[in-house]
Design a protein around this ligand. Sequence first.
Ligand SMILES: *Cc1c(COP(=O)(O)O)cnc(C)c1O
Ligand code: SF4
Length: 349
Amino acid sequence: MNEDWQQALKASITRPQQLAELFSFDPRPLEAVADRYPMRITPHYLSLIKAVGDPIWRQCVPDSRELIDVGLVDPLGEDNLSPVPSVIHRYPDRVIFLVSGSCASYCRFCTRKRKVGCREMTLSFRDLRDGIEYIANTPQIKDVIFSGGDPLLLPDSVLGDLLARVHAIPHVEIIRIGSRVPVTLPERITDKLCQLLKRFSPVYLNTHFNHPRELVPAATEACAKLADAGIVLGNQTVLLRGINDQPEILTDLFRRLLRNRVRPYYLHQMDLVCGTEHFRTSVDVGLNVMKSLRGPVSGLASPYYVIDLPGGKGKVPLVPDDVVREGNKLLIRTRSGEQVEYSDYKSGS
Ligand SMILES: *Cc1c(COP(=O)(O)O)cnc(C)c1O
Ligand code: SF4
């Protein structure tokens, strides 16, 4: 009874050793990394890798540098913002609803990497029920963001049931879904799924393309199907050192997303998460990208460059002029006008 996408997911590789049968490299140092932070690469995403260390490889293959613990365990202070385990409530009118603990492929730079794919993230039926109850009892919530993990790894029946329950809450105005499956498991975007999502309109789906090479026909066709079903598509990109930290790469990515009816929404500065230090860039890199987009490129292709300030202070769009530099310290003006000190990433430190 398994659907094609479930078969594809089952055929994913989960150990460095399996990768060594396809590429020439030494998998042994990576086994310990995969023990600590789970590895999974779908057949589709694997097919995008052309060489060891290329921009696709680096996003999904474990790296020994992940075991170097610099950064914070919970940099965004999310653990303090959870009224129930499946809900993160930081802003008055919207919540993140954690509905799935796993992803099609595990991104090595993931902000929730200490949780996704691990037992800690396993959500019980009761957690989901408590989440829906919390949303139903909190009238200021107008926007529910299905997240995880990847919500689209849930079977249609479970996903449909959760969507129906949230959609039926009178004060909930829109539903958002954050999912990387258009990039990593495009088979998941079936006609049946699109019909299901369409029932709960307005649905906004933010996906996660990081590099132009991910925009292959299978992925763009998945996006087209969703757009045809009336799902409004956005994209969140993470600024990743050595992968997409050049203005030309991101300009190309954003333009091509627009052509595929996907609006670039956020460009994220890397969070200060343990085991992701080797992906971090300086804030100046992101500001430069934003400067190079301003003017030459359609405003529609220009996302907000956001930093999620540590300690639960929230996401702040960085505009080149809102940042004052004092050596390695940045003074960043938040939306409420507060100046927050931020210690910039310095390479080699
Ligand atoms: C990012 C985020 C949201 C959504 O924020 P938008 O700026 O509206 O996209 C909601 N809740 C939390 C906790 C978040 O981190
Ligand atoms: S798909 Fe999202 S939640 Fe899953 S590993 Fe990648 S970044 Fe993390």
